[in-house]
Design a protein around this ligand. Structure first.
Ligand code: GLV
Length: 327
């Protein structure tokens, strides 16, 4: 039987590519050439499936150029690059890569929190620049993590992982806000207390953002929200660019209206608001929260297994619009 054609839109692990090639006629972007919208549409024109990584926008326009497309499998838990409604309307299955990255991403959220609170990046830059010539009583004095109040906005699987690390590992007082409240059992496991968004902003010493991006979460943290935070508070964003108003954050950091920030995601990334690059009290990382070799491998395998599962066996592991499967 003739193999179905699929597109792998970005470079991936060669082993995963080999696995896909056992089932499909694969066109891949292994050189990792940047493709614009037009090029992506052109590459999708004759494909039944696409392996995407979170950066490729699949909307009504892309779908119109891909009449044979049946599935897009994202190698990311976030899927704001998909217009899921348009995909469902066209009968195209969308899948993401949840669960396999939860603990790794929660580890990184905590790493960024620690680095921000204890001024790790700022002090390292100082040392590398040869500026360390003597001890002083308040040199890079930061804020405590143990025993402080950890606020979490967005209490999905990753938020819960961060809560557990904070409560059980560092004796933090954990508060959270989410669209829906967790069950009493989950709240007990996370030792987390549900509060209003206002209370979260007002009382957190460390506020970690882990909510999904959608037009309704755009600029969830802007100038008004930053103004409600304690001047000693730290803000950590491992969610998505666009959830924080980066320009407003740069001003708040420069004016020390909050103590510091740790950011793994940015509005319009890989571009970073130049004002953020000029303030010292921010730790900046290039969207690497899920980046360990085993986890990235697991994410790639899950996306590949969704493609194989659906196109070969009619079943997907992590569908976002399962109504398509029922059709
Ligand atoms: C990473 O940001 C992801 O959504 O997996």
């Amino acid at each position: 039987m003739k193999k179905q054609k699929i597109l792998v839109a970005r470079a991936i692990f060669p082993q995963v590519l080999t696995k896909l090639e056992e089932h499909f006629d694969v066109e891949s972007n292994q050189p990792d050439t940047p493709w614009d919208k037009r090029k992506l549409a052109q590459m999708l024109a004759d494909k039944a499936g696409a392996f995407t990584t979170g950066g490729e926008r699949i909307d009504a326009e892309a779908l119109a150029a891909a009449p044979q497309l049946k599935i897009c499998a994202n190698m990311a838990v976030g899927y704001n690059n998909f217009d899921v409604d348009a995909m469902t309307a066209r009968g195209v299955l969308a899948t993401n890569a949840p669960d396999v990255l939860t603990e790794t991403t929660a580890d990184f959220g905590f790493a960024l929190l620690m680095a921000t609170a204890r001024r790790v990046a700022e002090s390292e830059h100082f040392l590398r620049a040869g500026k360390w010539d003597r001890w002083s009583f308040d040199m890079f004095a930061g804020s405590d993590v143990h025993g402080s109040t950890l606020g979490i906005l967005g209490m999905g699987r990753i938020g819960q992982g961060i809560a557990k690390r904070g409560a059980h590992g560092f004796g933090m007082n954990v508060i959270y806000h989410n669209r829906s409240r967790l069950s009493p059992e989950l709240e007990a496991a996370c030792k987390a207390r549900y509060v209003s968004k206002e209370e979260l902003l007002r009382t957190a010493d460390h506020l970690v953002l882990v909510l999904p991006y959608s037009p309704s979460s755009h600029h969830t943290i802007g100038a008004a929200e930053l103004a409600q935070m304690k001047p000693t508070a730290n803000l950590i964003n491992i969610a998505r660019g666009g959830i924080v108003d980066d320009a407003a954050l740069a001003v708040a950091l420069a004016e020390k209206r909050i103590a510091a920030a740790g950011l793994d995601v940015f509005e319009g990334e890989p571009r970073v608001n130049p004002a953020l690059l000029t303030v010292p009290n921010v730790v900046l990382t290039p969207h690497i929260a899920s980046a360990t070799v085993p986890t990235r491998m697991a994410m790639a395998n899950l996306a590949a297994d969704n493609l194989i599962g659906f196109l070969v066996h009619g079943k997907a592991l992590t569908p976002l619009n399962p109504e398509v499967l029922a059709k």
